[in-house]
Write a protein that binds this ligand. Structure first.
Ligand SMILES: [Zn+2]
Ligand SMILES: [Zn+2]
Length: 480
C-alpha cells in the first residue's frame, strides 16, 4: 500500500542512459528536483502560463546535469504541472492540470485490487451526505440552475437504457459542496459504482424503469433540500438514497469479475498524441482483464498497430510505465508487458491537482476527519480481533499512526483517500517550507506525543464517542 511520497522510479526505458540499470541515483535525484519544481509552482500560487525558466536556467537553479533535469521535467509533465516549450520564448511553462486521467487510473486500480461493493458504498455513505449538507450551505443561484437542469435532463432520459446514468446528479451534488476534495472523491466513487453496476446480472427492463423512477423521486428530494438550505434534510435524504442503492447493488451482485469494461472516453481536448495512444493501450489492457505478465506486442507490433512514430510510442510507453500499467521489456521474448498497477503515481497527480484547485485548510480537515472517523468505526467493530489489537499497538508506537489506522479499516477506498489527503497536506507544508513528514502524535495540543496512544486506549475499551472525540480534536490541531 502507498506509503512513499517520493515518486516511483520513472521511465525505465533501458535504451535511455538516464535510467539505465546501475544509475538508480539519477532517478531519485530527478524526482527530488521535480518535487522542488512543483513546490515552487504551488508556492507561487500556480501561475498558469508563466515560464519558470529555460532548461539552462533551471539546470543552474537546481544545480543538476542536463539528463537529471530532463528526467525531472518529464516527471512534472506526467504530473501535468508544467510542460517544456521549445523555441524562442521557450522554457518550462506552468499548465492547468487535468484530473481525469489520474482519476480514471485510480478507479481501475481500486477495481483491480478487488474493492468490494460494501467498501465502495461505505465510502459513499461517508462522503456524499456530507457533500449534500455542505451544498445546502454554499449553493448559489447558478448552482440552483445547474441542479434543476440536471434533474430535468434525468427525466427526459428516463426511457433510455442503462442503469446508472443518474450518477451525474451525485457528481453534481459533490461539486456543489464547494469543496474540491469532496467533489473529486465523489466523482471517483460514482465512476467505480458504474463499473460495478455493469457487472451485476441482467435485470429486466421493467425493473430498471421502476428503479430509475424511484431514484429520480429521491434525487428531487435531495435537490430541493439543498436548494432550500436545509442541510440536515439534504444529508438525511442522501444517506437514505445511498442505502437503497447499496441494497440494490448487493442483491444483484454476481460473482466478482473483472468486468473488462473499457474506459474509453473521447480524448480530452489538447491531449498530446502520446497521451491518446497511452489511453488506448490502457483500455486494451482493461478489456483483456488486466493480465499481469502478458506481452502485448513488440515495439514493432505496437508501431504498426497504432500507426505512430517511434518517438510518440516511446513517450506513450513512459506514461504507461509511470502509471504502472505496462513496462517495455528488452531482449528475446520482450515487448510491452502488463504490470501490476500501483496507485502512487495517480495519487500524487490527484494531490497536485487539488493543490491547483486551492483546497482550503477547512476543506481538507472536514474530509480528513470524515474519512478517518469512518476508518475508526471499522476498526472499533473489529477490536476483539488480536491482529487488530496488535496493529493498533504498532501504529501508536511508530510515526505511521494515521496510515496504520486506515490500513486496519481494511477498506482500500479509505486507505487511498487518506493517502491522497496526507500527500496534499505534505505538499502544502513543503511549499511553506515546513516539514511534510508523518505525524508523530505531537499535535501541539499538550499531549506530549501521547495523543495517538490515547485514541487507541479509547478504541480498545470500546468507547466509540471518546475515540472519535480524541481523533477529531487531534486532526483539528494538526491543521490549525
Ligand atoms: Zn442516485
Ligand atoms: Zn497524528
Amino acid at each position: 500500500m502507498p506509503s512513499s511520497t517520493t515518486g516511483a522510479p520513472v521511465g525505465a526505458d533501458f535504451d535511455d542512459p538516464v535510467s539505465a540499470p546501475g544509475s538508480v541515483g539519477v532517478g531519485k535525484l530527478a524526482s527530488q528536483v521535480a518535487r522542488r519544481i512543483e513546490g515552487e509552482i504551488i508556492g507561487r500560487g500556480w501561475p498558469v502560463g508563466a515560464v519558470l525558466g529555460s532548461e539552462q536556467d533551471l539546470r543552474v537553479r537546481y544545480g543538476v546535469s542536463r539528463s537529471v533535469l530532463r528526467e525531472a521535467v518529464r516527471l512534472a509533465e506526467h504530473h501535468q504541472v508544467a510542460r517544456m516549450r521549445r523555441g524562442p520564448n521557450g522554457g518550462l511553462l506552468v499548465r492547468a492540470p487535468d484530473a481525469i486521467p489520474a482519476t480514471r487510473a485510480l478507479v481501475i486500480f481500486l477495481e483491480y485490487i478487488g474493492t468490494t461493493v460494501e467498501d465502495l458504498m461505505f465510502a459513499r455513505l461517508l462522503l456524499e451526505p456530507l457533500a449534500a449538507g455542505l451544498a445546502a450551505a454554499r449553493i448559489d443561484e447558478d448552482g440552483v440552475l445547474r441542479l434543476r437542469e440536471c434533474l430535468a435532463e434525468e427525466q427526459q432520459r428516463a426511457a433510455e437504457p442503462g442503469i446508472f446514468a443518474q450518477d451525474v446528479l451525485h457528481v453534481l451534488v459533490g461539486e456543489s459542496s464547494g469543496n474540491p476534495v469532496l467533489g473529486l472523491f465523489v466523482d471517483v466513487l460514482a465512476r467505480l459504482t458504474a463499473r460495478y453496476a455493469h457487472a451485476t446480472r441482467l435485470v429486466s427492463r421493467d425493473e430498471v424503469t421502476r428503479g430509475k423512477a424511484h431514484a429520480h423521486t429521491t434525487h428531487l428530494e435531495i435537490v430541493e433540500a439543498v436548494i432550500s438550505g436545509d442541510g440536515g434534510r439534504a444529508q438525511a435524504a442522501s444517506a437514505d438514497h445511498l442505502r437503497r442503492v447499496s441494497a440494490w447493488l448487493l442483491e444483484r451482485r454476481t460473482r466478482r469479475v473483472r468486468t473488462g469494461v473499457a474506459t474509453r472516453q473521447p480524448s480530452e481536448p489538447g491531449a498530446k498524441l502520446a497521451e491518446v495512444v497511452a489511453g488506448r493501450i490502457h483500455d486494451e489492457i482493461t478489456r483483456r482483464g488486466w493480465p499481469v505478465g502478458q506481452v502485448l506486442g513488440s515495439e514493432a507490433d505496437l508501431l504498426a498497430r497504432h500507426g505512430v512514430s517511434r518517438a510518440v510510442l516511446r513517450e506513450a510507453v513512459r506514461l504507461l510505465e509511470y502509471h504502472s500499467v505496462a513496462r517495455m521489456r528488452r531482449g528475446p521474448g520482450g515487448g510491452l508487458v502488463v504490470t501490476a498497477p500501483d496507485p502512487r503515481a495517480s495519487m500524487e497527480t490527484i494531490a497536485l491537482y487539488l493543490s491547483y484547485r486551492r483546497v482550503s485548510a477547512e476543506d481538507l480537515v472536514v474530509v480528513r476527519e470524515t474519512v478517518e472517523v469512518g476508518a475508526l468505526g471499522r476498526v472499533l467493530a473489529r477490536r476483539d480481533d488480536p491482529a487488530v489489537v496488535a496493529g493498533l499497538g504498532q501504529a501508536a508506537a511508530g510515526d505511521g499512526f494515521h496510515a496504520g489506522l486506515a490500513k486496519l479499516s481494511e477498506n482500500p477506498v479509505l486507505e487511498i483517500f487518506l493517502g491522497i489527503l496526507t500527500e496534499l497536506w505534505a505538499r502544502h507544508r513543503g511549499a511553506e517550507g515546513g516539514q511534510g513528514a508523518a505525524c508523530t502524535g505531537n499535535g501541539g495540543n499538550g499531549d506530549g506525543g501521547r495523543v495517538h496512544q490515547r485514541i487507541v486506549e479509547a478504541v480498545l475499551v470500546g468507547d466509540e464517542g471518546l475515540a472519535q472525540h480524541r481523533l477529531r480534536r487531534h486532526i483539528q490541531h494538526l491543521t490549525a
